[in-house]
Design a binder for this molecule. Sequence first.
Ligand code: NAP
Length: 310
Amino acid sequence: MLTDLDFNKNVELKNEAMSEITLIGMGSMGSALARAFLEEDHQITIWNRTKSKADPLVKKGADFAADLSSAVNSSPIILICLKDYQVTNDLLSAESVRSNLAGRIIVQLSSGTPDEARKLSDWINENGAEYLDGTISVYPPQIGTGEAAILISGSEKTFRQCEKLLKVLAGQLKFVGEPIGGAAAHGLASGSVLFGAYLGALHAARICQAEGLDIKLILNSLESADLATFNAAVLDMLERIESKNYDKPEASIETGTDGARVLLEHARSMGINTDFPDCAFKTFREGIEMGFQKKDMAALFLIKGKIRDL
Ligand SMILES: NC(=O)c1ccc[n+]([C@@H]2O[C@H](COP(=O)([O-])OP(=O)(O)OC[C@H]3O[C@@H](n4cnc5c(N)ncnc54)[C@H](OP(=O)(O)O)[C@@H]3O)[C@@H](O)[C@H]2O)c1
């Protein structure tokens, strides 16, 4: 682990031709991260495979590194926002880049799995650098605002060394703990909730279209259901899973199966896409097949063979 002395020495040593931070990857998200730093007058070095994407940022004051190894050499902190971990691994493992990692802090903000984070962390540490893994939970236009959320896991000491700088990107910058897979796990979990909600909303739009209604009616029904009710229902399910208590349901699996069946029958009869209701109906039906019809919906997704969990 880098001591404060090592880190400060690194910052001083590199201060000659140095930026505060290097950003690798100038796609939609990487460019938004770079813009946020520039708007706060930070000195940054950037690199992207396709240089033209970086041009608007160079006009705003960013230094564009001629190659990736100079990009890494330009700063004590390297922030990566590329397509995925595979691309990150491929770029960092080039000998000219790998040999310059030692003594720096690498912050990975590309999306991936906890296992990818653990593997990259081990590799970065073997090469003498510190590693933080992060998850961005917002879209590019929100970066740099108070509502932007970025979660970081890894060594708390290393996080504190970068905290002030990373806070420029996200008012809601949160350290989620030392296990390095934590931020990626949070990302997967919130992605799962969002995918479920988005797929449901898209299917809802097709229901309204098929019935000749304004598709924005969905928003009315969301307002009347309200977020607090949704959150309370999710909390109830989470507590049931923790306590393994699926009895006395608010909504039983039997009731859910009936609801999913109606959704599926409607889609079939109106000739709209049946993927979403098919998936919901199949999931509930599996619950019934496992004998859980009178149990709470929270019992769905129990793995077959683990019935004794009940
Ligand atoms: N956009 C969002 O709303 C959002 C939200 C949260 C998290 N994220 C995460 O942020 C990361 C970047 O997303 P993005 O929206 O910026 O994606 P993007 O606009 O598609 O940019 C992808 C970046 O990866 C680079 N890249 C892809 N393949 C490469 C290769 N083989 N070699 C070198 N560079 C390569 C691209 O370089 P080129 O420009 O040369 O193609 C570009 O810099 C992803 O992991 C994404 O999941 C994005």
